[in-house]
Every structure is written in C-alpha cells, then in structure tokens.
Design a protein around this ligand. Structure first.
Ligand SMILES: *Cc1c(COP(=O)(O)O)cnc(C)c1O
Length: 391
C-alpha cells in the first residue's frame, strides 16, 4: 500500500505555484476522464485475490484515492517529498508530536501561538512526560538559549497567532542544524503561496487546512509536509496507527479550495494592507500588528521570506478591553467568529475567544486586542464597516 505515495515528480505542465495548485495530484480520472478527482466515499476496496490490491488501496484509514490526491498536492505546493492529511490541524500536530517525542524529551514553543497548540503542549503532552520551554522565537539567541540536550522540536508559528510576530525561519534552521531538534513551522497564516518553510530549512510544515487552504469556512482539516523520507515513513505509520485521517469528502473540499489559493491570497493581502493602513491612523486604535507595515519589528524578515504579508491583522483599541469587545459587537460585515482564512471577513476578541486557554500563561494576549481575518469582499465595504464599528 505504498506505491500510490510515490514522491511528487515535477509534471509535464510546469511547476509554477498556480499551476501546481490546480493540477498536482489531480490527473483526470483514469477510468472516466473526470477532470476533478472523484470523492471516493468508501471504506474498503475489492482485492483481486488475497493481497491483490488495485493501485495499492485496501482500507481507507490506510489510504484513500481522494486523500492521496490531496496529499500529493500538499507535497507539491510546499516543495516537500510527502504530504499527510489529517482530520484537523490539531490531529496533525498530535500525530507529529507522538511520532517524534518520547517521555523526557523537550520542546521549545513560541511565546505567541495558536491557543490550541499551546494547550496541546501544556495540558496534554506534559502528561506524557514531555517538557517545554517558552521562547521568543523572533529572537534566534533566545531560541538557542532555550535548547537542552533533550530538545527534539523547535516549534515556530510565523506569522504568529494572534500578534502577527515574525520568526526568521532560515536563522532558526541554522541553530537547529547539527542538534537533534526538528524545526517545525506552522505555516497556516501564510499558506504555501506566501511562504515555503522547507526551502528555508524547516524540517516539518504544519497546516490547519481549515483556514486558507480550504478557504471557504466549510471544512476542518490538517496537514504535515516533510522532505525526509524516513521521517515521512514514520509519520505515515503513525497516521495509520492512530487514525485521525482526513475523510474523502473533507479531502475533496480542501483540494477544491486550494485551486484558488493563489488568487485568494493576493486579494486577502491587498485588502489587509489597506485596512492596516487605515487602522494605523485611526484615533481609537493604539497599535496595529501587521507585518506589512514598515514599523512592524518583523517587517524586513517577512519581506525576505514571504511573497506578501497575508490577510490577518490585529489591533489594540485605545480605550481598553470593554471598548475592544464593543468593536467586535458593532461590526456587521465582519462576522463575529473564531477561525480565519475564509473568503468572508471575521472579527474576534482573542483574549475571550480563541486564546482564552492561554490566560495566565506566558502566551496570554493583550485584553484590548481585536483580531481580523480580512476576507476578499470589497475593501471599501470592509473599511466602512470597521470605521462604524470603531465609532
Ligand atoms: C486553527 C489553527 C490550528 C489548529 O487547527 P484546527 O484545524 O482547528 O485543528 C493550528 N495552528 C494555527 C495557526 C491555527 O490557526
């Protein structure tokens, strides 16, 4: 059951991102010519005699053709040899951690990260004897200082959630090199269109495909992409052994979303830049966090390692927490909700919503913070809504 997972080969039609997004892993169906990979909504596959598998498929936890199409596509987009698709971003993270960590091992995690990632380390992994240190990963010296002789993972999220901090992936790759630590980059905020961590020296790319990859707020999914064949085999073994796979329909939805990833990211980035600029000069806003702004501390690193600055913008409201909550409540076109990366704009209060699990920890977020997932609606309509919400 491994031949359908041949490493992705550069195809006959070119390797530009936009082309791979639409075609990689998705040759027209051999049996019917269907241009889009069918949803193979099936659990088991007829064998031609005992052990006589057709195309390597036996049971859909181990492998399913629709998931294979997605996994090959993910590998191609991240420039990796192997992609693995999971039921959620956290399922992907959990599989990775349980594959590479043993009791007593140590991980370095960022001081700004998705709340659920922090919770996985702080509330789940610790029960299995995993130790962690929190470091400001935007400072390579701080990461170097946090390494121990048991460090197996350096975890990076860039841009980070919700403060849009930027970490220099190539610099951390240099620090992890020669140690046993894997450099893991959560690439959810950027997507592979804007940033390709493996090419910058990362060992593992993590995605919540729920966000920009799916792009339409209609599916929950996750992914891992790696280059090292031995690590890929270990991960694939655990993916099957633990079972938190992406189902056929969810795989199909993510594949469908990815086809438009490049054009969506261009519009998300353009709209977010305009909104960050407006917020920067708004009297009721005390601080804007957007890596595209020249004053952002990570601006130069972001400009070096990203194609554009993405669709996420956070800002602090001058009058404090209650005023920030009121802005969220008054927004109309920006829908009040968790998650991000869909075509529709969302607004939320991280302190009380997505990052409530980080309260009281080193990852606690400012109480006056508002986070925007800037969608691809008319930017004028989005600006007007924010202006009225700020009052
Ligand atoms: C949402 C998110 C996750 C978790 O993904 P799920 O699909 O919700 O399990 C991980 N990292 C980042 C940066 C996220 O935004």
């Amino acid at each position: 059951m491994t031949d359908q997972h041949a490493p992705f080969e550069a195809p006959r039609y070119g390797t530009a991102f936009e082309t791979l997004a639409i075609h990689a892993g998705q040759e027209p169906d051999a049996a019917t010519g269907a241009v889009v990979p069918p949803i193979h909504q099936v659990s088991t596959f007829k064998q031609d005699g005992v052990g006589g598998l057709r195309g390597g498929y036996e049971y859909s936890r181990s492998a399913n053709p629709t998931r294979t199409a997605l996994e090959e596509n993910l590998a191609a987009l991240e420039g990796g040899r192997r992609g693995l698709a999971f039921a959620s971003g956290l399922a992907a993270e959990d599989c990775l951690l349980r594959t590479v960590l043993s009791p007593g091992d140590h991980v370095v995690i960022p001081n700004d990260a998705y709340g659920g990632t922090f919770r996985l380390f702080a509330k789940v992994a610790v029960k299995w004897g995993v130790k962690f240190s929190v470091a400001d990963t935007s400072d390579p010296a701080a990461v170097r200082a946090a390494l121990t002789d048991r460090t197996k993972v350096v975890w990076v999220e860039t841009p980070s959630n919700p403060l849009l901090g930027i970490t220099d992936i190539a610099a951390l790759s240099g620090i992890a090199y020669g140690t046993e630590a894997l450099l893991v980059v959560d690439n959810t905020f950027a997507s592979p269109y804007l940033q390709q961590p493996l090419a910058l020296g990362a060992d593992v790319v993590v995605h919540s495909t729920t966000k920009y990859m799916g792009g339409h707020s209609d599916v929950v999914g996750g992914a891992l992409v790696v280059n090292d064949e031995a690590l890929a085999e270990e991960l694939a073994f655990h993916q099957n052994a633990m079972g938190a796979i992406a189902g056929p329909f969810d795989s199909w939805l993510v594949l469908r979303g990815i086809k438009t990833l490049a054009v969506r990211m261009d519009r998300h980035s353009a709209n977010a830049a305009r909104i960050a600029e407006m917020l920067s000069s708004h009297p009721r806003v005390s601080k804007v966090h957007y890596p595209g702004l020249p004053g952002h501390p990570g601006h130069e690193v972001a400009a070096k390692q990203m194609r554009d600055f993405g669709g996420m913008v956070s800002f602090q409201v001058a009058d404090g927490e209650e005023a920030a909550v009121a802005v969220c409540d008054r927004a109309k076109l920006f829908t009040l909700g968790e998650s991000l990366g869909g075509v529709e704009s969302l607004i939320e209060h991280p302190g009380r919503m997505t990052h409530a699990s980080a309260a009281g920890s080193a990852l606690e977020v400012p109480a006056d913070l508002v986070r925007l997932s800037v969608g691809i609606e008319s930017v004028d309509d989005l600006l007007a809504d924010l202006r009225q919400a700020l009052g």
